[in-house]
Design a protein around this ligand. Structure first.
Ligand code: F6R
Length: 604
């Protein structure tokens, strides 16, 4: 989703901003732009399309500092050169880039227009540039604060003024903004990914805060001018690589990184002595766990599907009633928050607006909320009472793969930990630990079958529709498989609980509609075979994803190694990722940046 980068220092800002914008590309966007302060005033370039198109249109003499840049994902107003950011005031002296939504933009536009201001774009953001110029205070930060006091909505904001080239002003409310501290230079961005190439020292602004950046330092305050002190933290990116490392797409790279990602999620967390998990970040002792009567997992999209898998792991291993709900629904239905319930927010980015809103609603009602998050220091991570970091490394492709699998593993660890405090015996605990230890290698063995999976993908890539089915813990995997296929290949895919077929979707089955069936080798295996027979009786082609090589009468089998029943569904998800990838690749899709989608959905 929209990205911001800002720079002030002795270098020319343009290449720094362009590099930052390239790092933000993975979030999804439809246009890009930047503005720098030069001796003659502001220089601005913006365009629809990719950052490389922006770069191609920038003349060699386009130099200056400070500067701000933006990648836009359209909400108000179509993607167009005019609607792209930065936006300027009428005199062309103030430039802003904005993430978020200004909810009272219509009223503010009308007010500005009645005062004779001409707005050139259809965006909600443009009003900010005019309001800041209109405030007309000697210091830019005071004008920004005045303008923001008139605004309702969410923002991550960066502002420059050609008359005050010694500063950049940034502010945050509901949309992330992170300062980067360099050597005699300062940066800011909406995502730490845009900063790590230049500095690892960062400061996370909180909602309702702003900062004035100068080349030699920064000052943070609330919008009502109360100074605040925020200690910098160091970004731990380990050996993380942001390049493609020989893969054609980030999605492919990230699917192949899963053995290492899962090994990192497990590292130091398996306690063989007591057959449990070490999860120091939870902040839950045995007495707390004994008092939990219910667990609710919340997330959006793939994070929600992972939560559904987690709920069945927790019920199975810890015998605590658990269910998952999409955070986007939960936040709007005035949920009853039970005092003896534990809530778990799942978010790779930690910046999904709906998930953050659910966490805040829960905290406001006094609930205890844990976070399962990949991005260290993100909003969900900071606002939860404790949690588990995935340590999956940066996930660049819009569609999640390695973070889905790592979340499943983190939830298995949580279920094991809770189970061992409740009724799960040590032998059972050991069984899960052994299964988890083998998991990275089992993923590797699935990845080794990629050529076979690609062959199956090529046979079915002309289908207009596909069904995905699974039962109980296989069902969220079917949902995630359908989600991967539709988002990256644009083939219509629906997931159903296998027993639901005969209550409606069986009407769709025929030779033209393949069904991808998630079939673990567990107690429900015979039931799954019956569902497949129902499909075959209607001449529907079946692609079985399973550890059994003897499933009768199927068009194709995607085979995985045998695993313990608790982990088998998660392993069955890996071939589905490769299946979606190869279908999308054979159709020439924009795999890492599918149309209309954004990596981190920071608006409602
Ligand atoms: C699908 C996908 C999305 C995200 C969802 C939540 O491949 O990636 O469905 O899972 O937008 O994102 P996070 O986990 O960042 O909260």
């Amino acid at each position: 989703m929209c990205g911001i980068v800002a720079y002030i220092g002795s270098r020319d800002a343009t290449p720094v901003l362009l590099e930052g914008l390239q790092r933000l590309e993975y979030r999804g966007y439809d246009s890009a732009g930047l503005a720098v302060v030069a001796s003659g005033g502001l220089k601005v370039r913006k365009t629809t399309g990719k950052v490389r198109e922006l770069e191609a249109g920038i003349p060699r003499r386009f130099k200056g500092s400070p500067g701000i840049g933006h990648t836009r994902w359209a909400t108000h107003g179509v993607p167009s050169d005019t609607n792209a950011h930065p936006h300027l005031d009428g005199a062309g002296q103030v430039a802003i880039v904005h993430n978020g939504i200004i909810e009272n933009a219509t009223e503010l536009r009308a007010q500005l227009e009645s005062e004779g201001v001409t707005l050139v774009s259809e965006t909600d953001s443009e009003v900010l540039a005019h309001l800041i110029a209109r405030a007309g205070r000697p210091d830019l930060e005071d004008s920004v604060a005045d303008a923001l006091n008139l605004v309702e909505g969410t923002y991550g904001l960066a502002v420059i003024d050609s008359r005050q080239p010694d500063r950049v002003v940034v502010a945050r409310n509901g949309s992330p903004l992170i300062l980067g501290i360099g050597d005699k230079e300062m940066l800011a961005a909406s995502d730490v990914t845009a900063l790590v190439r230049f500095t690892r020292q960062v400061v996370h602004l909180e909602d309702g805060e702003m900062a004035v950046l100068r080349a030699d330092g920064y000052r943070t305050s609330t919008l009502d001018h109360r100074p605040i002190t925020r200690a910098p933290s160091t970004v731990e990116q380990g050996q993380a690589s942001y390049g493609l490392d020989g893969h054609a797409h980030y999605l492919h790279k990230e699917i192949h990184e899963q053995p290492e990602a899962v090994a990192r999620a497990l590292s130091g967390r398996l306690d063989r002595r007591f057959s449990t998990a070490h999860l120091g970040g939870l902040g839950l002792d045995a007495r707390d766990v004994a008092g939990i009567r219910r667990i609710k997992l919340l997330g959006c999209g793939s994070a929600y599907f992972a939560g559904r898998l987690g709920a069945s792991l927790i019920e199975g291993l810890a015998r605590i009633p658990a269910d998952a709900e999409s955070a986007s629904e939960f936040r709007y239905r005035n949920p009853v928050v039970e005092p003896d319930a534990l809530y778990v927010a799942i978010s790779q980015s930690g910046e999904t607006a709906d998930t953050i809103a659910a966490v805040r609603e829960l905290k406001r009602k006094g609930a205890r909320v844990l976070g399962i998050v990949n991005v260290v220091g993100s909003t969900v991570a900071r606002e939860c009472d404790g949690g588990i970091y995935l340590h999956a490394g940066p996930e660049i492709s819009v569609a999640s793969t390695k973070t889905f699998t790592s979340t499943g593993v983190a939830l298995a660890l949580l279920a094991l930990y809770l189970g061992r405090i409740r009724d799960l015996g040590p032998a059972e605990g050991r069984r899960i630990i052994d299964a988890l230890s083998e998991f990275p290698d089992q993923i590797r063995r699935v990845l080794d079958t990629e050529a076979d999976i690609a062959g199956v993908a090529n046979r079915f890539n002309q289908s207009a529709d596909m069904l995905f089915i699974g039962r109980v813990s296989g069902y969220p995997i079917a949902e995630e498989g359908a989600q991967k296929l539709k988002e990256i290949s644009y083939i219509h895919a629906e997931a159903y609980a296998a027993p639901e077929l005969k209550h409606g979707p069986l009407a769709l089955i025929g030779p033209e509609v393949p069904t991808v069936a998630v079939v673990p080798d567990d107690a429900l295996y015979p039931k799954n075979l019956s569902s497949l027979a129902e499909i075959r009786a209607r001449r529907g082609p079946v692609i079985a994803v399973t550890s059994r090589s003897d499933i009768p009468d199927v068009e194709a089998t995607l085979l995985v190694p045998r695993s313990e029943p608790e982990l088998a569904p998660l392993l069955l998800g890996i071939p589905l990722q490769l299946f979606a990838y190869h279908v999308a690749n054979s159709l020439g899709r924009d795999i890492d940046q599918p149309r209309n989608l954004a990596k981190s959905v920071t608006v409602e």
